[in-house]
Design a protein around this ligand. Structure first.
Ligand code: DP6
Length: 399
């Protein structure tokens, strides 16, 4: 006998941003989003950076609708539709197996989705990974689907599959043409390396670049360095990176993180026509990190850059205050001096004169808008408190 159906359901989840230390760049299948190489990332804490998504289904909704940061958006985007289709397929499969769900939600009801970031989209922080991880988490909860969902999030954006888990996460490229083995896997939980800290240097200036999807396709088509990287360099580096993480070896972790970011940007230069994500400021930050490490005689900070000009710095808790001060002296805030450092608290340091003299060269006022201090964190979360839903009982955005 058919169980009684619910007429309405609503679920809210949050999901994190992740930053790759072994980069994903290049697909072998554009539709399924299958990568040419495995990658490895650190999931960032949702206290500082997160996406929140509410998904609702109702007998009374006339059409599927989507709101991004309060603005209605196109629900027909192929990648969003792929995620929706896959979650519904898993729901159907599950019910076909052991249909004991007390009150299943009708899979043909229209849905409303509202999603919001707790960080300014204009800051150019990668939001598609958190966005798709959050969408898939919320839809899965809505339809009662459990278990491995990184495969579904991958269909939204490749890097999104890594945001389905907390801590240190590997996305295995897999071998199968159908992508069933191209999934995220946790290498270590967020509690594994308690001293590890992350500083996001949000930079000023233009944000019009080649998008990742288009950029990596051009690289696959034209860069011999990318081919060599995927076939030879990444497999070696992945094994090494996992060892550094397991041993909490910051020297090894930091060096390899910087080298892999640099090689990713080298493949961009090797792309034809070339793609430039690093700019003068990125190069100043890179040089600053190397001067800082040279002064200390070891790797104290490690930078990494994605397909945009913001810098992400990995360091250990005991180095945060000193490095933040060095950044403040190197890129003195133009206006927002009091809000220059956000996120986790940072102590006020005493900077040795010889460090300043050796590390801070010609200051560039206003180049860094602010620094966000965060750390590794857990995977997507379900919000139990109904007051946190982004949609009201009428299924429309609350604000
Ligand atoms: C440079 O995941 O945004 O951030 O799969 O086409 O959506 P699509 O690309 P996306 O690419 C991210 C590239 C990167 C490196 C990384 O995160 O590994």
């Amino acid at each position: 006998a058919m169980a009684e159906e619910r007429a309405f359901a609503m679920v809210t989840c949050t999901a994190p941003v992740n930053i790759a230390v072994i980069k994903y760049w290049g697909k072998r299948d554009n539709d399924l989003i299958l990568p040419i190489n495995s990658s490895l990332s650190v999931t960032l804490h949702q206290d500082q950076l997160k996406t929140t998504t509410t998904a609702a289904a109702s007998r009374d909704f006339a059409e599927d609708r989507l709101w991004l940061n309060g603005e209605e958006a196109d629900v027909g985007q192929p990648r969003l539709q792929a995620c929706l289709r896959e979650v519904r397929r898993l729901a159907r499969k599950r019910r076909g197996g052991s249909a004991e769900d007390a009150a299943p939600l009708n899979l043909s009801y229209k849905i409303h989705i509202a999603t919001e970031n707790n960080f300014p989209t204009a800051a150019g922080l990668a939001s598609s990974a958190a966005g798709y991880a959050c969408l898939v988490s919320a839809l899965a909860r809505l339809y009662g689907v459990e278990g491995e969902l990184s495969e579904v999030a991958r269909r939204g954006s490749g890097s999104a599959c890594r945001s389905m888990l907390g801590g240190f996460v590997q996305w295995q490229r897999g071998e199968r043409p159908d992508g069933r083995d191209s999934r995220a896997q946790q290498v270590a939980p967020e509690t594994h390396w308690p001293e590890l800290r992350v500083l996001v240097l949000v930079v000023s200036g233009e944000k019009k670049q080649v998008g990742s999807t288009v950029g990596m396709q051009t690289s696959v088509d034209t860069s011999p360095l990318l081919k060599h990287r995927a076939e030879v360099v990444v497999p070696e580096r992945l094994a090494l990176m996992m060892r550094h993480i397991h041993e909490r070896d910051f020297e090894g972790f930091g060096q390899l993180t910087m080298k892999d970011s640099n090689q990713f940007h080298a493949t961009c230069l090797d792309t034809f026509p070339p793609i430039f994500y690093l700019n003068d400021l990125s190069r100043q930050i890179i040089a600053l990190a190397h001067r800082f490490n040279a002064h200390h005689g070891c790797t104290k900070v490690a930078y990494t850059f994605d397909a945009g000009p913001n810098a992400v710095i990995f360091t250990l808790a005991d180095t945060v205050a000193e490095f933040v001060e060095v950044v403040r002296r190197s890129f003195p805030p133009a206006t927002n001096g009091d809000q220059f450092v956000r996120g986790l608290p940072v102590d006020s340091p005493s900077l040795p004169e010889e460090l300043l003299a050796a590390v801070v060269t010609e200051p560039v006022p206003g180049a860094v808008r602010y620094i966000l201090h965060t750390k590794p964190g857990p995977g997507p979360q379900l919000l139990d408190d109904p007051s946190q839903h982004l949609l009201g009982a009428d299924g429309l955005p609350r604000r």
